[in-house]
Design a protein around this ligand. Structure first.
Ligand code: CXF
Ligand code: ZN
Length: 375
């Protein structure tokens, strides 16, 4: 079938919205009509070349939609089901899925290839027939995609997919960092460095966990105002001096530091942002690393003396340590009950044709938390 998709022909080249040929689903695959897709910082990082991929490529990995058709052997979903897509699949049969760590699912090893699990492509150019690469098997910057059954989870039909799409990456990554990767006890304290999409989701996770002090750190006043709306109890504006930021956090915590810190700066991550997160944590506390910057910038200077002598812990987290088949419906339930705010995280809705503008907005950093494409 012919569909419209945003095709990326190379790093930093504007995406081209054009007709693309899409194959029918094969065994254990489903055809999805996307209703909405968030635009995540990682899409832009890939486009910038910070996370190398093969081209041509259809980006997008934060989607929600409706099952249109299922391939042979599919049992978990049927046509008409509303689903959110996980950007890491979960096969349900490998060791990691069995031990309850599906973010490490063995199928994840195929993600880098830009092909489907069987090594072939489903999207093809209508100009010359060549294969288009998929992003994380799901390529959500498209009206339709064929994806593995392992990448979808059913969600209730009465909830808006244009909000639930955030559960496919940003919300789940931030909220899960605060509620799965660490276990904040009521009254404990947490520093959150970087208050974009992931940071605001983490603030909500910390608030629901009963954190006593939630200290939000950002360079932008507007993001700090937003952080307060999502539940930050204190804000610290970073003006480029990491020691000053840490001193303010120490003052707020009576000289102790926070029990936890989380670093969400992502593409703009620097030695300073990592150092703030590391030094904000008290002795015996835990720092959680979520964001990843350009590969060449990723050797951070962490003082080994402080790490060892203060018994600090540093934990890396992917996709909020989600068990996404369990967690995404659970988050949908929290949204339904009004306990989490996804609406406030979607700062603009756009059409697929505005995708290049949305990428510029991500790079500008101060205009939007999340743009969501509605198909
Ligand atoms: C990222 C994590 C780092 C690799 C690319 C995907 N997650 C979602 O945005
Ligand atoms: Zn993402």
């Amino acid at each position: 079938m012919r569909i419209k998709a945003a095709v990326c022909y190379g790093e930093r080249e504007p995406l081209v919205v054009e007709e693309v040929e899409l194959d029918p689903p094969r065994a254990n695959e489903v055809l999805i009509k996307y209703v909405a897709s968030g635009v995540c910082h990682s899409d832009v990082s890939i486009h910038q070349g910070f996370l190398p991929r093969d081209y041509p490529l259809i980006l997008g990995h934060e989607g929600a939609g409706i099952i249109e058709r299922v391939g042979e052997g599919v049992t978990a979903v049927q046509p008409g089901d509303h689903v959110v897509l996980g950007f890491i699949p979960s096969c349900g049969t490998c060791k990691w899925c069995h031990v309850g760590v599906p973010i490490l699912c063995d199928l994840g090893a195929h993600i880098r290839t830009g092909k489907m699990i069987d090594g072939t492509a489903r999207h093809h150019s209508t100009k010359d027939g060549r294969d288009l690469h998929t992003l994380m098997f799901i390529s959500t910057f498209a009206e339709y995609s064929v994806v593995p059954e392992a990448s979808v989870v059913k969600v209730p039909e009465h909830l808006p997919l244009e909000k639930l799409c955030l559960l496919g990456c940003g919300f789940t990554t931030g909220f899960g960092a605060a509620t799965n990767a660490i276990h904040i006890k009521p009254g404990e304290t947490v520093t959150i460095v970087g208050c974009g999409g992931l940071g605001t989701a983490a603030i909500q996770g910390a608030r629901l966990s009963g954190a006593g002090k939630i200290i939000a750190v950002d360079v932008q006043e507007a993001k700090l105002d937003l952080a307060k709306k999502f539940g930050a109890t204190h804000t610290v504006r970073s003006r480029g001096n990491p020691e000053e930021v840490v001193n303010e956090i120490l003052e707020i915590t009576w000289g102790v530091g926070t029990d936890y810190s989380m670093e969400f700066v992502g593409g703009d991550q620097t030695d300073d942002t990592v150092r703030v997160a590391f030094n904000a944590v008290r002795k015996g506390g835990t720092m959680v690393m979520i964001g990843v910057a350009e590969r060449s910038k990723q050797n951070f200077a962490i003082d080994p003396y402080t790490l060892a002598l203060w018994s600090k812990r540093i934990v890396g987290v992917l996709f909020g340590n989600a068990q996404f088949r369990v967690d995404i419906p659970r988050y949908a339930e929290l949204y339904d009950q009004g306990k989490i705010d996804l609406d406030g995280m979607v700062t603009q809705e756009i059409e697929l044709g505005q995708i290049n503008q949305a990428f510029d907005d991500v790079l500008a950093g101060d205009r939007v938390i999340r743009s969501v494409i509605r198909f």
